[in-house]
Design a binder for this molecule. Structure first.
Ligand code: HEM
Length: 494
């Protein structure tokens, strides 16, 4: 009762304190903040809720581009944030600059205070040592050893499409690719057969991972929001329904720990000797846990591939330049990571060495970045940005001359660029090559359109939802087996 009385008595003072604090912060941000000289939306000047608002609608990438069109190549997108839309910021000033590191916003993905994954390790030395280990997993040699498993999974994908075509059923390609991607990464990480393609048991993890990424994206825009732990309610509900993503990963790790370290050719066999791994329940706080979470969600990215190019399979896969051009153009228009990859000046630089980006001196502590979607739709680098033109990537074509391919950032660049790039290309090449070899297809529903405020240009583009990695639905395709199918091993399974 006493406590209640104290609370009631102090409430007005607390309210006055909060309002005064907000007013003072507002006054400082509008009049004295060193970023005031940069243009941008008024709301973003005062609060990160501006980005949170659009992130919650999964359209922050589109909004950022619109803001660039309105305010120019450098915009203030939060009280302490600047977004750049130039090749020089991408290639020199930010992502390949030793004096710049990942932003502290990445720490919202930490599982335990002193545990870092490759993705959220800000310290450059720690990152280098982690990257070395993961580099072994996705190296060319390792990928060659893993390829038979990958092909096996791709063959299941083809077989499932055949089954659908035999009963005249259209296929949601995004959904199938997500299942395939997750099955492959289950084998790659802990040699665990998730079998999403053939068995619905674990399919819930796709949705769970998307929910986790949705909240991650919002929290990264305004890190204090992570303290609210809004995602906990969703996790709790999943646990109660017996469909917990985290519990599934725990099961995968435990199953793997029960086997001999080098019994399988997977991620675990590489990291086991480097990390202290406990076989009891404290697995939740272990280093392997942090890495596993990252590995499993990163793979969702691969579901974004869709291409209509005609290609050939086999040893010449790597030399199929048109296939590669089609991939790159799809990745340009619909990058699997659409957002701004936030960075900040590294602490070791100290205040004495100013960071200069595109001629602007950047105050220490400012969050800086390039928005991949905006850069990929910058007309200066990619004329007619909303048109799918693979010839931009093929020497000898006029479009090639007019394109600045240095502005391509689907895998980011520099030491924090994508470690899985060769694997992503290999997997996508195999899937598309095999699918086109065995099937003709037609689109059933037009998935490019979406309700909402889209410009005419945008309406012609395949619509993505930005949740750190972008998600989408469809296309819905109806497949027709080609005569070549009859002799294929994967078809014989039917
Ligand atoms: C089309 C598919 C893919 C795209 C477009 C893509 C894109 C990216 C991008 C843009 C980053 C930088 C993220 C940041 O700075 O916050 C990244 C990081 C990373 N990606 Fe990928 N990725 C793809 C597939 C994969 C696959 C298949 C794997 C692994 C099997 C993978 C592993 C990684 C890793 C380990 C990092 C962190 C690198 C580091 O911080 O050192 N990616 N990826």
């Amino acid at each position: 009762m006493d406590l209640l009385r104290v609370l009631v008595a102090t409430a007005p003072y607390a309210a006055i304190f909060v309002v005064s604090y907000c007013l003072l912060i507002g006054l400082y941000r509008s009049l004295f903040h060193p970023l005031n000289r940069f243009p941008g939306p008024i709301t973003a000047r005062f609060t990160d809720f501006y980005s949170v608002f659009f992130a919650a609608q999964t359209i922050l990438h589109r909004r950022t581009r619109q803001d660039h069109l309105k305010y120019g190549p450098v915009i203030r997108h939060g009280p302490n944030k600047l977004v750049f839309n130039s090749v020089s910021a991408l290639q020199e000033a930010i992502y390949q600059n030793d004096g710049v590191t990942k932003s502290r916003a990445y720490l919202v993905s930490q599982r335990a205070p002193d545990k870092y994954s490759l993705w959220n390790a800000l310290d450059q030395n720690l990152h280098r040592s982690k990257r070395k280990i993961v580099g072994q997993v996705v190296s060319d040699r390792s990928m060659r050893a893993f390829e038979p498993t990958m092909i096996e999974q791709v063959d299941i994908f083809i077989h499932q499409i055949l089954l659908a075509s035999q009963v005249d059923t259209p296929v949601n390609v995004a959904e199938r690719c997500k299942w395939l991607g997750m099955d492959i990464v289950g084998h790659l990480s802990f040699a665990f057969p998730l079998n999403l393609q053939t068995d619905p048991l674990y399919r819930f993890i796709i949705k769970s991972a998307a929910t986790a990424n949705y909240f991650l994206n919002i929290n990264m825009q305004m890190p204090p929001l992570a303290l609210l732990r809004a995602e906990l309610f969703i996790y709790l509900r999943a646990v109660m329904r017996g469909k917990s993503y985290l519990r599934t990963i725990q099961k995968m790790i435990k199953t793997r720990l029960a086997k001999d370290t080098h019994a399988e050719h997977d991620f675990y066999s590489f990291v086991a000797d480097e990390m202290v791994i406990s076989k009891d329940d404290s697995i939740w706080n272990s280093e392997i846990w942090s890495e596993a979470i990252f590995f499993l969600t990163a793979d969702e990215i691969r579901a974004a591939f869709d291409s209509g190019a005609s290609i050939r399979n086999g040893p010449r896969l790597a030399s199929c330049s048109y296939l590669r051009a089609c991939f790159d153009e799809a990745l340009r228009m619909s990058p699997p990571i659409t957002g701004t990859l936030w960075r900040q000046q590294a602490v070791h630089r100290g205040d004495s060495e100013p960071l200069v980006i595109d001629g602007h001196i950047i105050p220490h502590g400012t969050q800086i970045g390039v928005n991949i979607y905006s850069l990929h739709h910058n007309e200066e680098y990619f004329p007619r940005p909303f048109e799918y033109i693979p010839e931009r990537w093929l020497p000898g074509h006029p479009e090639y001359e007019m394109t600045n391919r240095n502005a391509f950032a689907a895998f980011s660049v520099g030491p924090r660029g994508c470690a899985g790039k060769p694997m992503a290309y290999l997997e996508a090449s195999l899937v598309i090559a095999k699918t086109l070899w065995y099937f003709d297809f037609e689109e059933i529903v037009d998935n490019t359109k979406e309700t909402g405020q889209l410009s005419d240009d945008q309406a012609n583009e395949y619509q993505l939802n930005d949740i750190v990695v972008s998600t989408h639905d469809g296309p819905w395709l109806k497949f027709f087996p080609r005569p070549t199918c009859e002799t294929s091993p994967s078809m014989e399974k039917s």
